[in-house]
Write a protein that binds this ligand. Structure first.
Ligand SMILES: NC(=O)c1ccc[n+]([C@@H]2O[C@H](COP(=O)([O-])OP(=O)(O)OC[C@H]3O[C@@H](n4cnc5c(N)ncnc54)[C@H](O)[C@@H]3O)[C@@H](O)[C@H]2O)c1
Length: 245
């Protein structure tokens, strides 16, 4: 299997890269900070918010891999605030990465994926696409759009032989969350509150999300297209009477 993972140098993307490498895949990482990518995967500098950068990185990756079977659109950035609190520039810049980044990389990758007999795209969405979370208006809207785009692409490219699915993580224990906690007045209390929100009593691990992405990317998910697989510690599907009862 030949795979490209965007945002593959950190957190969930790095775990996906490691998991794919562990299954014998060849993987190219496209990331703003390629030098942090896991060993064993050629890493190419790419800004998914810049079409020229994406086209050149996808061309380099597919040439180095000798084709493409799997695209994991995982690069993403966060935003905090209500609908009153993010200005137009921030809306444009976060949409540019989280939504248009998926569009640009998919557009550049599709001609290569059409040539594969086991082609799949997996987008990293978010539980925030499916449930209201305070202070995440912009971020949630970008991920809601990723979910809708996933379904539309699954329909458009079914007859090209390309499956398109997404995975929606809950709060996952990655450097992203570490950065978020660092901005809280009491990071330890904030982490405890995030953990307490999880019915499972623990944050989601990047490896758990990666396992779901690798499944949807693999031929064993050959009947899955237009699927959104949540990996969220139960926050969407489970109601407990009190924490962990
Ligand atoms: N951590 C969570 O709780 C969580 C929950 C739900 C969804 N997600 C989603 O998972 C994905 C990965 O998040 P993570 O927690 O691993 O974050 P992370 O910050 O650890 O990793 C994100 C990676 O994306 C790269 N990136 C950012 N902007 C880019 C750009 N413009 N072009 C190319 N690369 C870029 C970064 O350099 C980094 O390597 C994101 O799409 C995020 O929205 C994360």
């Amino acid at each position: 299997m030949k795979a490209v993972v965007t945002g593959g140098a950190s957190g969930i993307g790095a775990a996906v890269t490691e998991a794919l490498l562990g299954r014998g895949a060849t993987v190219a990482v496209l990331d703003l900070v390629p030098e942090r990518a896991p060993r064993g995967a050629p890493a190419i500098a790419c800004d998914v918010s810049d079409d020229a950068s994406v086209r050149s990185a996808v061309a380099e990756a597919t040439a180095s891999l000798g084709g493409l079977d799997v695209l994991v659109n995982n690069a993403g950035i966060g935003a905090q605030g209500t609908v009153e609190e993010n200005d137009d520039d921030e809306w444009h810049s976060v949409l540019d990465v989280n939504l248009l980044g998926v569009v640009r990389v998919s557009r550049a990758a599709l001609p290569h994926l059409r040539a594969s007999d086991r082609a799949a795209i997996v987008n990293t969405c978010s539980a925030a696409a499916l449930v209201g979370v305070p202070d995440r208006a912009l971020y949630s809207a970008t991920k809601g759009a990723v979910l809708s785009l996933t379904l539309a692409m699954a329909a458009d490219h079914l007859r090209d032989g390309i499956r398109v699915n997404c995975v929606s993580p809950g709060t996952a224990d990655t450097p992203w969350i570490d950065r978020l906690l660092a901005t809280a007045p009491d990071p330890a209390a904030e982490r405890a509150a995030l953990v307490a929100r999880q019915p499972t009593g623990k944050l989601v691990s990047p490896e758990e999300v990666a396992a779901a992405i690798v499944y949807l990317a693999s031929p064993s998910a050959g009947s899955c297209t237009g699927v959104n697989l949540t990996v969220d510690g139960g926050i969407l599907g489970v109601r407990l009477r009190s924490p962990r009862s």
